[in-house]
Design a protein around this ligand. Structure first.
Ligand SMILES: NC(=O)c1ccc[n+]([C@@H]2O[C@H](COP(=O)([O-])OP(=O)(O)OC[C@H]3O[C@@H](n4cnc5c(N)ncnc54)[C@H](OP(=O)(O)O)[C@@H]3O)[C@@H](O)[C@H]2O)c1
Length: 294
């Protein structure tokens, strides 16, 4: 019988928790505020108070024998990931989780000029955001090897799904990059990601990395056009890169200046799964139900 503990129980954590609860499994989550705790409890999730930014609040977490999901992002103020370090330092070696499943990002591979990327490729982070993820992965894998805890790393592409479409951006008519100048981006539907997180508890191999995308790379502008069409909104205006550099946010630009295509064959083969939404077209088909926020 699984016992599940989720650290960083936000949008994806709640989806994962819901799927485990449907199977009659106990789910506990870390909550750093009363509001988060009440929300999670309303979904049938037990909560334990703790804040990853305050290590003293993490001692004695009831993790022994649990499958631990770690979904909290690194704090943007640091080079490494002190949140992850705080947790790993606080875990009592007498009460180890049986497995830790970590959502990292495809950004750790950096720009490959559009080349395909497998898990055999070395990380080549080119942004502070990606370097923090590499630091978290490295710390976690070192912990797993040292303590004999199975660590499974999911390198996840852009997540889309209910409550996480760029509807507001499209309504504001904000520009996008001219399609001819776009690199490749990679996506996964939130529902598929949650299912993959459950499968990782059984099929993920210790100290292994899995690329998690639908395996159908596209570009960011195609994505905005497809979402606009599906929502019945006007397609946004497009700009050449020299103008985009002045008008787009630094975060958006950092996504647009990297290009890679993620190979997901290891995931599909080893997890033995078929994606419910194997491409953007199928993922946006049920667009009306996307308007219900999760
Ligand atoms: N957006 C993408 O396309 C994408 C792609 C790849 C990977 N990811 C990563 O996937 C993961 C899951 O995404 P998501 O959408 O589920 O994220 P989310 O909804 O923002 O959830 C993050 C959770 O982490 C918790 N958290 C943050 N700081 C914390 C702290 N100091 N102590 C305790 N808990 C803390 C938050 O708690 P509160 O509820 O109290 O705020 C929240 O529940 C994230 O790490 C995200 O960066 C995202």
């Amino acid at each position: 019988m699984q016992n599940i503990f989720i650290i960083g129980c936000g949008n994806i954590g709640r989806l994962v928790a819901g799927k485990w609860i449907e199977q009659g499994v106990n789910v506990t989550a870390l909550a750093r505020s009363e509001a988060s705790a009440l929300r999670l409890q309303g979904l049938g999730i037990k909560t334990v108070f703790g804040d990853l930014d305050r290590q003293q609040t993490l001692t004695g977490l009831p993790l022994a024998g649990h499958t631990l999901y770690y979904f909290a992002p690194p704090s943007p103020q640091h080079e490494g990931d002190p949140r992850m370090e705080n947790l790993l330092t606080a875990i009592n070696p007498q009460n180890l989780p049986r497995r830790i499943i970590y959502i990292s990002t495809s950004g750790v591979y950096g720009d490959t000029g559009g080349a395909w990327v497998t898990e055999q490729d070395d990380p080549n982070p080119q942004t502070a955001r990606a370097r923090r993820r590499v630091a978290a992965e490295t710390a976690l894998r070192r912990f797993g090897r040292g303590q004999n805890v199975a660590v499974v790393i999911l390198r996840v592409g852009g997540i889309y799904g209910p409550g996480r479409l760029p509807e507001e951006r499209l309504q504001r008519g904000l520009p996008v990059l001219n399609e001819a100048e776009c690199g490749y981006t990679n996506r996964i539907h939130a529902e598929d990601l949650a299912h993959i997180c459950l499968t990782a508890a059984e099929k993920g191999k210790a100290d292994n990395i899995y690329n998690v995308t639908d395996g159908q790379p596209g570009n960011m502008t195609q994505y905005f056009y497809a979402v606009a069409d599906a929502l019945g909104l006007p397609r946004p205006p497009s700009l050449p890169m020299d103008e985009a550099r002045e008008q787009l946010s630094p975060a958006m630009l950092s996504y647009l200046t990297e290009s890679r295509r993620m190979d997901n064959s290891k995931l599909l083969r080893e997890f033995g799964i078929t994606l419910r939404y194997p491409d953007l077209q199928s993922g946006l088909k049920d667009i009306k139900q996307f308007k219900v926020t999760s």
